[in-house]
Ligand binder design. Structure first.
Ligand SMILES: *[C@@H]1O[C@H](CO)[C@@H](O)[C@H](O)[C@H]1NC(C)=O
Ligand SMILES: *[C@@H]1O[C@H](CO)[C@@H](O)[C@H](O)[C@H]1NC(C)=O
Ligand SMILES: *[C@@H]1O[C@H](CO)[C@@H](O)[C@H](O)[C@H]1NC(C)=O
Length: 490
């Protein structure tokens, strides 16, 4: 301590120490011994070569405190050693660290009637495929201090069977006996009992209902919207101009009793938001930020998860629900309206819509030099007519009869699905693949011919059905939201 005070008084450092050393060997020896001791205690031995510079207990105490603040969690116990068992076998061990995927990730739960609920989430795909867990649902009800609870076996749907990645989508249908869950005045909780890999069970509160938060009429009254669009997750550097064209086109087509649910998985950057905003302000668009789902590796930014959430969230709000992408445009032949088409398909729970694949490169000679200002449906007029075994499809459903949904169709519903030959003359969708996630004008080749064959013998024919609608959509946009989007960027 003496040395310490002395060192501090004179300012410490190498020079003073050396002076002290030459004046008094004994003192210096003591000094060095103490210093070494301190250094050893403080495990500063590594700095021994810098003895003079580090001659100060401060360096040690700082080191010590730094050590305690950055202390990492204790290492896991060493794996047990192999041992010889009584029967002569060598006992081997398996030592797990961390976990590859969650057993269940809850996205949402919705009441789907007086006695039924759906729970939507993700689950480890190998766990679902190989362990095939089954779930139970518990409904807890507290009504005038009369508590009751009921447990049922859940009905599990895996709507993306075959498509999942690390995670697969699980839709859990909890349906209780008739007199159990049907008291709106009760405070209630829906609990999902989800088995996990190691034999344990997680009890997850999926839904809490305050008193009178629902009414039986919710499930039988006429829906608010005729048509509701459930989008796919949007990500990447999307073109604001393409989004502008798509939303104007479909608001016009779907009409005033329609609504659009758009999922932002990172694609709704500020310029795209600007394009959606006027339609959000008019109440046509709901934007949901689902960027968080990127943490969980599922098929196509968890598209199956989001469409199932959309189905159940808006199930009683719309007569028809449509599922397609923002590079796809629903097309009805002249003289037909969406209402006349859906009315004629009323008896079906689902109808599929056939794709019309369009070239994203071939444009008209007369448009050359002007295409950057033209809308996609205007300038891309060559239809791919190559024969394929099966054309891609998108679809629409009457959601009240649907329990889970997919990307190209639903397989979990009550009722009939219209066959393709019923709908082919009524409704189609034009697909402009690869036009939405690029900020460039995709026109690359300019033609006059009414038909052509490109590259690997893919035949194209001119199709101006959509081109003819473009001016009507532009006028609709102008009449509805004014000039606010006129200078939107590609
Ligand atoms: C659950 O399944 C039953 C039977 O298929 C169905 O009646 C009910 O509507 C479904 N519930 C939900 C919330 O989808
Ligand atoms: C409590 O609830 C049960 C089941 O819902 C019912 O049968 C019973 O009559 C209720 N008791 C009272 C005191 O309300
Ligand atoms: C297309 O027609 C224009 C006149 O409209 C003509 O100038 C041009 O040469 C033609 N191009 C081709 C590739 O036939």
């Amino acid at each position: 301590m003496v040395k310490d005070q002395r060192g501090r008084k004179v300012g410490g450092g190498e020079r003073n120490f050396l002076i002290g050393f030459s004046c008094n060997y004994a003192a210096a020896f003591k000094l060095i011994t103490t210093a070494l001791l301190l250094l050893l205690i403080c495990t500063c031995a590594v700095f021994l070569q810098f003895l003079p510079t580090y001659f100060s207990p401060f360096s040690c105490s700082t080191t010590t405190s730094a050590e305690t603040t950055t202390a990492s969690p204790p290492p896991p116990p060493p794996p047990p050693k192999d041992q010889i068992l009584e029967n002569g076998a060598i006992k081997r061990w398996f030592n797990p660290y961390g976990s590859g995927a969650y057993n269940f990730i809850l996205m949402s739960a919705y009441r789907g009637g007086p006695n039924t609920f759906s729970i939507i989430g993700l689950s480890s795909k190998p766990f679902q495929v190989y362990a095939r867990p089954t779930y139970t649902c518990q409904y807890e009800n507290s009504n005038n201090n009369n508590d009751s609870s009921s447990i049922v076996k859940a009905y599990k749907i895996l709507p993306d069977w075959g498509f999942g990645r690390v995670y697969t989508v699980v839709v859990i249908n909890c349906t209780f006996p008739n007199n159990i869950a049907n008291h709106p005045s009760a405070t209630s909780r829906l609990i999902l009992h989800a088995p996990s890999n190691d034999g344990a069970t997680d009890s997850i509160v999926a839904l809490t209902e305050p008193p009178n938060s629902w009414s039986p009429s919710n499930f039988i009254s006429p829906p608010k919207y005729d048509y509701l669009y459930c989008g796919s997750p949007l990500y990447g550097n999307l073109s604001p101009q393409r989004m502008r064209e798509w939303i104007a086109y479909h608001v016009r087509l779907f009409g005033t009793k329609s609504h659009f649910v758009i999922f932002d998985s990172g694609g709704i950057h500020p310029e795209v938001l600007e394009v959606l905003r006027p339609w959000m302000e008019l109440g046509y668009v709901t934007l949901e930020d689902v960027r968080e789902q990127e943490r969980f590796d599922g098929y196509y930014h968890n598209q199956f998860l989001l469409v199932n959430d959309c189905l159940h969230r808006y199930r009683f709000d719309a007569k028809w629900m449509f599922f397609f992408d923002v590079d796809e445009y629903i097309y009805l032949p002249p003289k037909l309206t969406l209402r006349s088409v859906t009315d004629s398909l009323q008896e079906f729970t689902q109808f599929t819509i056939e794709q019309v694949p369009m070239s994203n490169k071939l444009c008209l000679n007369e448009d050359a030099g002007k295409t950057s200002k033209k809308w996609v449906i205007e300038k891309l007029v060559y239809r791919n007519v190559k024969k394929v075994a099966r054309k891609d499809r998108k679809y629409a459903v009457q959601p009240r009869n649907v329990f889970a949904t997919g990307v190209h169709l639903s397989k979990n519903f009550e009722g009939e699905s219209a066959h393709y030959h019923t709908t082919e003359k009524l409704i189609k969708y034009f697909h402009y693949h690869g036009t939405i996630a690029t900020r460039l004008d995709t026109c690359q080749q300019f033609l006059n011919e009414s038909s052509t064959t490109i590259g690997d013998e893919t035949p194209f024919v001119m199709d101006t059905n959509m081109r003819l609608i473009a001016p009507i959509v532009k006028k609709f946009e102008l009449d509805t939201i004014g000039t606010i989007l006129q200078s939107t960027k590609q």
